[in-house]
Design a protein around this ligand. Structure first.
Ligand SMILES: O=C(O)C(=O)C[C@]1(C(=O)O)C=C[C@@H](O)C=C1
Length: 367
């Protein structure tokens, strides 16, 4: 017999079934929350004042397990997103976590913070990247979220430079697909757009689209996309390029969606904190290495990775703050500082480098 609508249970029966499942889910979610409360007690008994309630390695393991065992029909990403929120609420019961991000409200960095920590975290906007670092260092917030590289635009040098003078650790990473939309306020005249506001890097990410669709509009760089969205709210002749959060926050209408020139446009953000993270089973490590300016310096940094079979994922060089002729390399690689081949790499580089700083070993982004 074919599966026709007439052979399905009726709507009332299906809704009864959903009510019953919801009842069970609710009991189970609250049982999970009680467990998390007990975890908090046991952590405090063992660690006292230094207790870290947020455990990046455990969260990554929980989310990976959920994705691996998922059988659908919900996608692995979707089910992990739901559990992300459950864990976020459980952590908030243990202790509410404060997270500073590069603001204002509605930026992609806030979106990244919520994607990583879920909506149980209290997110606090900051006006600059170094302010995010300062707030975490001072203990005014627990963690910070800062952008570090965009697939189209490259590295965010402010973030790398901030690590030079900071003792903070990288505790995690999160990658966000960046979709840019052209948006206007309610009194706008879409056929009369003469000015388009956005952050310089978003304007650059949409350059070809703007050349094709608004060749005569003036492009004005703003401190952030969210700032741009706020500005156009009351202007009838201008539009902003920003993301979903900014459109919703300022009640703007999207004139065109996903206008970024490269379809896989994404930004990587780092979670910074004051704790070292144990291995999760799939980790990355970030280093900062200062080399004297002499022939073969780059080779001496790269060679140990090759010799010990460690997979480098990124290398950037920045001028050092201290010596005019010294360079600092920022390096990311797969693996955790607890593993022996990584320790051998660190030892070899340490013997040649003027300075070697481990910025953190942390779980590879899951969501
Ligand atoms: O396992 C822990 O350490 C917990 O605190 C529980 C839990 C969870 O809800 O699964 C909550 C917060 C942590 O960041 C990690 C996991």
């Amino acid at each position: 017999m074919s599966d026709s609508p007439s052979s399905w249970p009726d709507l009332a029966t299906l809704r009864d079934r959903i009510d019953d499942i919801d009842r069970q889910l609710q009991v189970l979610i609250n049982q999970r929350a009680e467990c998390a409360q007990q975890v908090a007690q046991s952590k405090m008994a063992a660690e006292g004042d230094d207790t870290h309630f947020y455990r990046p390695e455990r969260e990554a393991q929980v989310l990976r397990q959920i994705m691996e065992r998922n059988q659908g029909p919900l996608s692995s990403e979707e089910i992990a997103r739901l559990f992300r929120e459950i864990m976020s609420s459980c952590l908030a019961l243990e202790r509410p976590i404060k997270v500073a991000y590069l603001g204002p409200e509605g930026t992609f960095t806030q979106q990244a913070a919520l994607k990583h920590f879920g909506h149980g975290a209290i997110s606090v906007p900051m006006t600059a990247i170094d302010e995010v670092f300062r707030e975490v260092e001072a203990g005014a917030v627990d963690y910070g979220v800062v952008p570090v590289e965009n697939s189209t635009e490259g590295v965010i040098s402010h973030t790398l430079d901030s690590f030079m003078d900071s003792s903070l650790q990288i505790c995690g990473e999160v990658v966000l697909r960046i979709h840019q939309h052209l948006m206007v306020g309610e009194n706008s005249r879409p056929d009369k757009i003469s000015t388009i506001y956005s952050h310089a890097s978003s304007l650059a990410q949409c350059r070809k689209w703007l050349d094709a669709h608004y060749p005569h509009a003036e492009r004005v760089a703003m401190p952030s996309n969210a700032e741009a969205a706020r500005k156009v709210k009351g202007e009838w002749h201008s539009a902003a390029i920003a993301g979903d959060m900014a459109a919703e926050l300022y009640g703007l209408t999207r004139l065109a969606e996903k206008i970024e020139d490269t379809p896989d446009n994404s930004t990587r953000f780092l979670i910074i904190g004051r704790q070292e993270v144990p291995p999760s089973g799939d980790d990355k490590t970030s280093l900062m290495v200062s080399m004297r300016n002499q022939p073969g310096a780059l080779f001496e940094v790269l060679d140990p990775f090759h010799r010990h079979g460690v997979d480098m994922t990124r290398i950037e060089s920045r001028p050092s703050h201290t010596g005019v002729w010294n360079y600092v390399f920022f390096i990311d690689f797969k693996g955790h500082t607890a593993s022996s081949n990584v320790q051998q790499v660190l030892q070899d580089i340490g013997e040649k480098a003027a300075d070697l700083k481990i910025l953190g070993a942390y779980p590879r982004g899951v969501l």
